[in-house]
Design a protein around this ligand. Structure first.
Ligand code: S3P
Length: 180
């Protein structure tokens, strides 16, 4: 089976859905941010703070190519991964890509409950956050929309809904290529 890549804006549930999906399919889950953190023994937030976004994007691209060598995995990307370099075209060429699509309202709701450190959103007031998320989502959407499959995750307001999303993904996969 070709690997599966999940893309989409921060806080749409890529990691949560990715972990559940990998478990259901009996294959290995990778989160690109976690992979970077383990590989370099540091936090993504720290790379942003100490070396800047440009350096992070370089590392991210290199690590994306490294992880994509692994066969038969579910990979959850960072929100910005598909929007830099030729990453989106690359992902489409090596995996089945799924855009986890959510409205700004869903994203803002998830963000308010999230404990993760997100350097791009740090220090923003609720109003600034709303404006930033809406605008960045508009800018990024053309990249996300290049994914081979689109899955709405606005239903993801509780854990019992994760199965609904993973089932959608599995149905799309079956329609596309034979599952083993
Ligand atoms: C980023 C998203 C983050 C992480 C970094 C940059 C982005 O990952 O890669 O903070 O540019 O959207 P998540 O989408 O997993 O939060």
């Amino acid at each position: 089976m070709q690997s599966i890549t999940l893309i989409g804006y921060m806080c749409v549930g890529k990691t949560t859905v990715g972990k559940a999906l990998a478990k259901e399919l009996g294959i290995t889950f990778y989160d690109l941010d976690w992979y970077i953190e383990e590989r370099f023994h540091t936090k993504v937030a720290r790379i942003f703070a100490e070396e800047g976004e440009e350096r992070f994007r370089d590392l991210e691209r290199r690590m994306l190519h490294e992880v994509a060598e692994f066969e038969n995995i579910v990979l959850s990307c960072g929100g910005g991964t598909p929007c830099h370099f030729d990453n989106m075209a690359y992902l489409n060429s090596v995996s089945q890509t799924f855009y986890l699509e959510a409205t700004p309202e869903t994203i803002l709701q998830h963000l308010s409950m999230s404990r993760g450190e997100r350097p791009l959103l740090k220090g923003k007031s609720p109003e600034e956050l709303r404006t930033f998320v809406k605008q960045q989502l508009e800018e990024r959407r053309p990249f996300y929309q290049q994914a081979q499959h689109h899955v709405c995750v606005d239903v993801l307001d509780s854990f019992d809904k994760i199965g609904f999303v993973t089932n959608n993904i599995k149905e799309l996969l079956q329609g596309h290529s034979p599952m083993r």
